[in-house]
Design a protein around this ligand. Sequence first.
Ligand SMILES: Nc1ncnc2c1ncn2[C@@H]1O[C@H](COP(=O)(O)OP(=O)(O)O)[C@@H](O)[C@H]1O
Ligand SMILES: [Mg+2]
Length: 359
Amino acid sequence: MSAILRGHAEQLYAQELEELKKQDNGSRPENWLLSPPAVVAYLMGGTLKNGFEVSPKYIGNRRLMEIAVATLTTDRALLLYGLPGTAKSWVSEHLSAAISGDSTMMVQGTAGTSEESIRYGWNYARLLAEGPTENALVATPVMRAMQLGKIVRIEELTRIGADVQDALITILSEKSLPIPELNTEVQAVRGFNVIATANNRDKGVNELSSALKRRFNTVILPVPDSIEEEINIVKRRVESYEKVMQLPAELPALQEIRRVVTMFRELRNGVTADGKTKIKTPSGTLSTAEAISVMNSGLSMAAYFGDGRLTAADLAAGIIGAVIKDPMQDKLIWQEYVETVIKTRDEWKDLYRACRDLA
Ligand SMILES: Nc1ncnc2c1ncn2[C@@H]1O[C@H](COP(=O)(O)OP(=O)(O)O)[C@@H](O)[C@H]1O
Ligand SMILES: [Mg+2]
């Protein structure tokens, strides 16, 4: 049998969760796998009393994770809010894995998300044959999470139309999902809660309705503060990617990661790292997540079309692809950056040449 391309957090980190559980003597909310401090320890990483190493999942402010976990013990739901690529989905997956041992109950929010994918739907063949029966009902992840007392994730909540979002109000305030067709309801079991994510780039697509806002505690995930922090995030993610993909490539030198992260931060902030030169900001998102994928695709280039050692040429195509999203405007911005910034840095000569070659 072939290996799974991407395991769920609870599969990939099963051993860490097991060790944390063994050492956990904090009190656990009903149906939680771990106590709240152990959930935070799983997210932030560290060494357990018996010397076992827990890897950090979220790199940043511990307090934010404490607030997120504490929220989930209350009757309020959790909204992770922030720019693209700030680990909202990543944190939400790991929170559900550590709290419920199951991160698979998830609804992906889109403009097309209907009420049936939040509440419940019907198997129409059965519905026609038997009428509305329990058998004909199709449960959603939300309904199952309520029945099992687990966390359900709702990705990109604000992409869902406002009227459909409101289907969550009764669920969050009454902790109940009425099924009028069967003259019954599903009452949420303890341990049930919702983690939603929303992008502040999507503002104006659909605002979070104010009735719903009051049912959520919002935790804002920030872009990494310092360049060192961001390099650290990229480094760890690239290492684990290489392990999973079993690429025949050497891990990139820290220096290469630093260059990509520096570049993305400069373009994002509209000014060079030394604060001296103003530059224009391209239209696309240049988040940590993009830096990670540029490094990953560079590694693939090096592995399959190079000698396994990452070079500037392996990175250039990925960088340009990430920066130039609009063929006109972004291209000019990029060319200006190449000529006024990259060119002037002695230790970036190889990168300059690689970028020129692709222009
Ligand atoms: N502070 C951080 N700590 C750990 N990983 C991070 C951090 N910021 C970004 N990442 C990485 O960036 C990637 C994209 O994050 P994702 O959760 O998809 O972003 P979004 O906020 O858009 O949902 C993930 O692989 C995650 O590991
Ligand atoms: Mg996301």
